[in-house]
Design a protein. Sequence first.
Lengths: 682, 317
Amino acid sequence: MTNFDPTALHLLRVLTGNSKADFRPGQLEAIQAVARDRDRALVVQRTGWGKSAVYFISTRMLRDQGLGPTVIVSPLLALMRNQLEMADRLGLNAHTINSTNRDSWEPIFSQIHAGEIDLLLISPERLNNPEFRTEILTSLLSDIGLLVIDEVHCISDWGHDFRPDYRRLQQVVASLTPNIPVLGTTATANDRVVADVVEQLGEQIKLFRGTLERDSLALHVLPMPSKAERLAWLAENIPNMSGVGIVYTLTIKDAEQVGAWLRSRGIDAASYTGPMDSDERIEIEHRLTDGALKVVVATSALAMGYDNPRIEFVIHYQTPGSPIAYYQQVGRAGRAVDEAYGIAMAGSEDEDIQDWFIDTAFPSESDTNDALSALAAAEGMRVGELEAVVNLKRGRLLSMLKILEVEGAAYRDGSLWFRSAEPWVYPARRIADVTAARREEQETMRRYLGSDDCLMQQLRAALNDPAPERCGRCMNDTGPLARTGVERETIEAALAFLRGEVISIEPRKVRPPGLTVDLNLREHNIEPGRALSRWGEPGFAEQVRDDKYDNGRFSEELVDAIVRMVRTWGPDPAPEWVTSVPSNPVEDFAQRVATGLGLPYVESLHRVATRRPQKTMHNSSQQARNVLGAFDVVATRSEPVLLIDDMVDSRWTMTVAGAQLRAAGSGPVYPVALSDTSGSGS
Amino acid sequence: MFTDDAKAVIALTTRLGDSHRPSLPPTMWHRLATALNDAGLTPATVFDPNTDLASIPGIPGDLAETVTELIKDASITTVAATELDRQGIWTLTLVDDTYPPTMRDRLGKGAPPVIFGVGDPVLLDGDGIGIVGSRNVDEAGAEIAKDLAVRATTLGRAVVSGGARGVDQLAMNAAYQADGVVIGALADSLQSRIQKSDVLAALDRGRTCLLTQQAPATGFSAGAAMSRNKLIYALSAVTVVVASDANTGGTWAGASEALNKAISVVSVWRGEGEGPGNPALEGAGAIPIQALDDLSDLVESPPASEPEQLAITELGA
C-alpha cells in the first residue's frame, strides 16, 4: 500500500471538491489506522473538524481493497443532505436502518450481501432489541468492513449522557474479533470519559485528540430567573438575530411551551423532543437546515447528530448541569459561519431539574432488588406483570430493565423478562461515584454561569482540552450583549401565556394489568378535562401550592380562575352540576366554583378507605389499586357534571371516581383540577 | 470478556449465532493449535491478515483455507457468546486459564475446545465425586444414590452428575439439600434450564455449577448425553456407578469409555439396588463399593496407580 497517503489525499480533494485541500492534523493518521492497519481508533475532535471525512475516505479505501461495507452506529436519524452529497462524491452508496423503515430492511440486507451498499447507518437503539442482535446484527457482522461509532462518549456512564443502548454496543464491540477495524468518534469527552472509552473499546486503541477551540463562537451568560422574562427576551430578540438557531430546554414540556409561545409571537419556531416521531424530527431538521424555520426549541434530543453548519445562535432557556453537555449543545453554533452566539440564560428552576436528572439517573437498590427477586421466582414476566410488583412509572421501569439487561442481571426472551444466571449486586459504590462526579460538574457549571473569566477557556478546561486559551470573543473578553430592556408589555403577555395555556386531562383508556375489581373504561370513562396549572411552574401553580400547604384554603383568585377556565373552555354538552373528590379543602373549593358558575353542588362521593397519597404510587397498576374501593357513590344526577380535585397526576383517581359516577347513572363527567403534577418529578 | 485467543477458539469450533455455519471438529482444532504452538504462535494469529497459515508446518492447505474462510465472519460467534454472557452463561475455551484443568489433562485431545456453563467455574476443580446411574433405578438404588451424595458432601467433595432423571437428579438434589457443592454436566438446553426458578435459586446460593459442551440453546440428544458422560468422569476424582444396564444404555457406555480410556477412578456399587450391568463393570476393573465407608476409604486413599483396565472389546460393548 505504498500509494496509501496520496490516494487518501486525492479522495479528500474529491470529497471536498477542492483540489488544494489538505488534511487537518490527525485526519490522515486516523484514516491510516483504520483503513491501512485495520486497527481501532478513537477520534476526539471538535464538531466540524471533519470526522465524517475520515470515515468516508476510510470506507472508500476499504471497499477498494475488497472489504465489506462500513456500518455507522449513530444517533443521527439519517445522513444529512451535505453528508449524502459527500458520500456521493466518493461513489459511496449509503442507506439507513431505523425503526421507521422496517419494510426496507430486507431489500437493504440483500443489497449488502450483493455488495451494493457501502455505508449503512443504524441507530444505537436497534442494538437493544434481542431479535435485532441475533438476526440482523449477525448478518451484518458477516460482511462488515469497518464499524464506526459516532458519539462514542455515550458508552461511558461517567459521561453526561450515558445511554444503556451504547453500553450494549460496547459489549458488541468488545466481542468482535480483532480483524474488524473500529472507529469511535466524539466531540465531547473529558479525560475521565476518554479513559473510560479507551478501557471499554480495548487498550490498544489509537487515540487522536485535538483542540476544542471554536473560533467563531462568542459565549454569553444572561441570567434571567423568571420564565416570563426569558420568554419575553426570546420573543423580542430572536427576530433580530442573524440566521437560524436553537433554543435548548431541559424538559419536554418546556420545549413544547417555549415553542408554542414563540409561534404565538409570530416566530417560525418548532419544538423538537425525544418522544416525537423520527419522521417528524427529520422533517424539522430539514426545515431548520433550509431556513424555513427561524428557530427550533429542543431538548437534548437534538444535542447529538444534528449536523447543520449554518447555526448562528444557540440559546439555553434552561442550562444543563454539565459543562460537557453544555459545550456539546452550544457547539452546534458557528461551524461554518463567521460569527455565532451561545447564550446561557440561567433560570431559577434549572438546578431543581438538574438535581432530578442526577438523582433519578439510576434505579434505586430496593426497586432493582424487588424486580430481580420477582423475575427469579416467576420463570418469565411481562412488563405489565412487573408493574404490579415494582412501584415505578412504566417509562422508568423500562429504563431500569434496560440497565439491568446491560448489567447482565436480567434479559429479555421474546416479550418475557428473566433473571439472568449471573450473581449481581447493586453497584452502589459505582453509582455513588458517578453521582458525585455529576455533582462536581454541576458545580463547574454554576461557576461558569457566575464567572468573570473567559467562558470558552473555562469550557475547554472543563473538557480537559490540552491547551485552553482565552478566546477573545466571549462576553468576559469583549463585554456583555447589549441588554435590551425587555418591554413590560411582552413580559405581561408571557405571564398571561404561562397562565392561560390549556392543560388538558385525557381519560385513561387502558385498564392496568392485575386488577381484580370491575372497572369498565369503555362504557364508564370520563371525558377530556382541564387543569389550571402545571405543578412547579410560576403562575397559578405557586398559588395552589401556597394555598394547599400553608393557607389551608384555596383562595378566591383560584375560584375565579377556574370559573374563567371552564367558561372559556365550554365543554359540550355543558355541565349542569358540580361535585368533587372527597376532601375538606377540595369540597369547600368546589362549592365556591359551583356558586361562581351558577350550578348546584352535589356531595356525591364518600371516602370509605384511607389510602396513601396517590402521588406516591408510580405506575398504573399501583395507582389504580390504591384508589379502587376508596370511594362510595352516595348521590348522583343524570346530567353532565364537573368533577373537581386539587391535583391530578396519574388520572386514576379521576378515572375511577368518574367511572363510579357513570356506573351510578351520572351524565358525562368532566374532570377539572387546580394543578397537573404529572411529569413534575415531585 | 474474551481474549483474542479465546475468540479464535470460539470462532473456529462453535456454531454460536448461526447453526448452519461450518466449524472445525475438535481433532482439527487440536491439529491447528498444536501446529501454531510448535511455530511459537498463538491462536489469535488466525485473525492476522498478514499471516499465511498454509506456510506454517503442520497446517495442511485445506485446513488453512477452511480457517481463513471461518474467521471472515467469526464475529457472529463471539457476539453470540457475549449474548450468552448477558444471560449469565459463561463460555470457556481450552486457552483460558479458568478452563477446568482436569478436563484438559484427563481428556487430552478429547477435551471439548469450548464449554458453556453457569455458576462459578472454580468449583470445577476435578476433585468431585461422580454419581451416575440409569433413569430407572429402584427404591434401594435411589436411597444409595442419595446416601452417596450426602457422604460425598460430608467428605467436602462436589457431587458431579448429569442432571438427568433418576440417579442423577436424586444425587444432585441430596447434595443440594445437604448444602454441598453440586456440579451438573448437562445434555439438554442450558438456556432453558436457567429459566427455571429452582435452578436460579440454586445458582443464587452459590456452590452450584452447570456446564455443557453443546450450544446452550440445543435441546437433549442421545449423542450429547454420550459426550457429556466423559465430562462427569473428567471432573470427578472418583465416579460411582450406582446402577447400570448391561451392555446397553448411557451409563454403561460412559463407564466403559472411562475405564477404557482411564479418565479417572471408576467404582461401582455392589449391593441392594445395583443394576444388571454392575457385576460386569466390576469385572472390567471398576472398584467395588459395598458400603458408604468404602467410598470414604476410596476417596481418602485412592489406588496408587490407575486400576488395571480391560479393553472395551472384552466388555462386549
